[in-house]
Design a protein around this ligand. Structure first.
Ligand code: MN3
Length: 200
């Protein structure tokens, strides 16, 4: 069974005006779809066919000869994780447990947001900004291109896509505005909190 493009967990216009339907039509319907199709084409009739997405990522992460497969597989994973990080229900806030964990790790929720925005702003070129668990430690890091925390054994809690295709139609070159708006009104903090207790 080839990999499938997952449905968006909300209507394509549900995140307006912070993320437009036009952005999601291109980002989900074109970019994400293209990663899925290229991955399926690349692994067809190869030893990787039939493996899980995570297995394909692990098998190709350190192999420059398979960079094309890795890039498409990791981009499929990252985008599939990115969509449920957002909710149309603006004004979601962290659960008390998540808020406590963020305060322990970063000083306060406000400091966490500041550090996340700083790290996103420091990512030169395409990539992703992540909040993840490294063991029991909550950490923030930006990663270039398709790099994903799961290849390092880290557990993602939250991400934001920093490739220009994620924000250029709505924010042009104002990446900082995109990331701060993302944190303030788009993030589904219930999803982030649920990651503290889910496996995988
Ligand atoms: Mn993208």
């Amino acid at each position: 069974m080839p990999f499938q493009l997952p449905e968006l967990p909300y209507p394509v216009d549900a995140l307006e005006p912070h993320m437009s339907a036009r952005t999601l039509e291109f980002h989900h319907g074109q970019h994400h779809r293209s990663y899925v199709e290229k991955l399926n084409a690349a692994i067809e009739k190869s030893p990787l066919e039939g493996k899980s997405l995570e297995e394909v990522i692990q098998a190709t992460a350190e192999d420059k000869g398979q960079a094309d497969i890795f890039n498409n597989a990791a981009q499929v994973w990252n985008h599939s994780f990115f969509w449920p990080c957002m909710t149309p229900n603006a004004g979601s806030t962290p659960s008390s447990e998540l808020a406590e964990r963020l305060t322990d790790a970063f000083g306060s929720f406000a400091y966490f947001k500041m550090r996340f925005c700083e790290a996103a702003g420091g990512q030169f070129g395409s990539g992703w900004i992540w909040l993840f668990l490294n063991g029991d430690d909550l950490q923030i890091a930006s990663m270039p291109d398709a790099e994903t925390p799961i290849m390092h054994g880290f557990k993602p809690l939250l991400t934001c896509d920093l490739w220009e295709h994620a924000f250029y139609l709505d924010y042009q070159n104002r990446k900082d505005d995109f990331v701060s708006t993302y944190l303030d009104v788009l993030v589904d903090w219930d999803f982030v909190a649920s990651r503290l207790t889910t496996d995988g």
